[in-house]
Design a protein around this ligand. Structure first.
Ligand SMILES: Cc1cc2nc3c(=O)[nH]c(=O)nc-3n(C[C@H](O)[C@H](O)[C@H](O)COP(=O)(O)OP(=O)(O)OC[C@H]3O[C@@H](n4cnc5c(N)ncnc54)[C@H](O)[C@@H]3O)c2cc1C
Length: 418
């Protein structure tokens, strides 16, 4: 009888909150305790670098559930509480108060935390990161007309933050070590679109540069820091923000002896190497049945959907997580969705439908005649057909795939793939 059981969820972000909801909708009537280190109820992070940072969305809009939802659904939300130890032998977690909490099944949704900037002087300067709503609040205050903002890293967070900072009238420099923004994710064929987009909006985008250090600005300077580049350039900054990736928060799992390798290793039911412990969201490195490999996905849709599978598995119901990775981004007037998975350099051509110069197109990453991933930019209502092409693994005619006059489903060829 699960009615008398206690399910504990560690990590009160989107994945934790989604898991609590999924357990209830699957009919679990037992005790649910959701433990979160942050002082806030679970909230969504995407607005923190977009509408919320820009002041267009209010705080109430970022929360996953309205505050009364937790009591109404008998979910014990323990905020500002960190789990410091996982005692698998006793089926207990230890809280930072020293209290112990027993569990029948445990779900780890501890997410990820920003990778810190590893350059000389980074510990002497107030280098900012953007992960929490408090980080976003602070940036929002500092983004004022004329403020000098130096962003390190032209990944999704760096670029979205650059767009918000430009919207607030800041002078923005983006520093990127690679030759183009988002190069590792998109490849050279498409990454150039984002270089053009940001330069057209007045961002001073510097690619192929190496940061050698940051220092507190000297006496008499109005800025808060000086950023040094390897070519001798010195940049004065009021705000230095690093967007150099995240690391999965596997501390607890690793110390408890669970299998960990770039995230907590789980099977397709999201079960860890301990049959009573599960993991989902940014922290989970999950076996993906369709892709035939394990992947860790740091995106909103994964944190929303994986917990539904985890909840079913915790209840002993048949399940498997085989959704295609999906993410979205908004920068200025460009909106995009990306569906599928490509390992770095793991494609042999990019087929484009539409004109990238107009910033309205779909790009497809191909392996031979098969579509691995697709990204629609300012083109909408196509993620279903794109996902179908990827899932089916059917060979496509690349000329038809590139032709906006052909329905995506009709790009499939009947001749055998090479
Ligand atoms: C600024 C920003 C913008 C983003 N934009 C997009 C976007 O446009 N599109 C997209 O697809 N994705 C986006 N993402 C990614 C998306 O938000 C994440 O994939 C998602 O938040 C992951 O949710 P999670 O619940 O797995 O982890 P998290 O959101 O990291 O939550 C984990 C929680 O667990 C807590 N925790 C950790 N350890 C413990 C412990 N021992 N005890 C108690 N609590 C603990 C943490 O404090 C945290 O609150 C964005 C992320 C950020 C930061």
């Amino acid at each position: 009888m699960t009615d008398r059981q206690t399910f504990v969820i560690v990590g009160a972000g989107l994945a934790g909150a989604s898991a609590a909801a999924a357990l209830r909708s699957e009919g679990f009537a037992g005790r649910i305790v959701l433990v979160g280190a942050e002082p806030h109820p679970p909230y969504e992070r995407p607005p923190l670098s977009k509408g919320y940072l820009a002041g267009a969305a209010d705080r109430a809009s970022v929360f996953v559930h309205p505050e009364p939802w937790y009591a109404e659904n008998r979910v014990e939300l323990r905020r500002s509480t960190r789990v410091t130890e996982l005692d698998r032998r006793r089926h207990q977690v230890v809280l930072d108060s020293g209290d112990r909490l027993g569990y029948d099944r445990l779900l780890l949704t501890t997410g990820a935390r920003p990778r810190t900037l590893a350059v000389l002087g980074a510990d002497q300067v107030d280098v900012r990161y953007l992960r929490s709503v408090d980080d976003s609040d602070r940036l929002r205050t500092d983004f004022s007309p004329g403020a000098r903002v130096v962003l390190v890293g032209a990944g999704w967070i760096g670029l979205e933050t650059a767009a918000a900072a430009r919207g607030a009238g800041c002078d923005v420099v983006v520093l990127e070590h690679a030759e183009l923004p988002l190069l590792r994710v998109l490849g050279p064929e498409v990454a150039g679109v984002f270089a053009g987009l940001h330069r057209d909006h007045g961002v001073d985008l510097r690619c192929g540069v190496t940061l050698t250090g940051v220092r507190p600005a000297g006496p008499g300077r109005t800025s808060s820091a000086t950023v040094h580049l390897d070519d001798g350039t010195e940049l004065e900054a009021d705000v230095v923000l690093a967007g150099v990736g995240v690391l999965p928060d596997t501390d607890l799992a690793g110390r408890a002896g669970l299998d960990v390798d770039d995230g907590i290793l789980v099977d397709s039911e999201l079960r860890t190497s301990d049959p009573d412990v599960f993991a989902a969201g940014d922290v989970a490195n999950a076996a993906h049945p369709l892709l035939g490999r394990s992947i860790r996905v740091e995106h909103w849709a994964n944190a929303l959907n994986q917990p539904r599978t985890a909840a079913r598995a915790m209840l002993g119901l048949p399940t498997s997580y085989d959704r295609l990775p999906y993410f979205f981004s908004d920068q200025y007037d460009l909106g995009l969705e990306y569906t599928g998975y490509v390992s770095p350099g793991g494609y042999d051509q990019v087929v484009v439908r539409g004109d990238p110069a107009s910033r309205q197109f779909i790009a497809f990453w191909m392996s031979g005649a098969r579509v691995l991933a697709g990204m629609n930019v300012n083109v909408w209502d196509v993620t279903g057909p794109i996902g179908d092409l990827i899932r089916s693994g059917s060979p496509v005619d690349t000329a038809r795939l590139a032709d906006p006059g052909v329905a995506l489903a009709d790009a499939v060829t009947t001749s055998p793939a090479p």
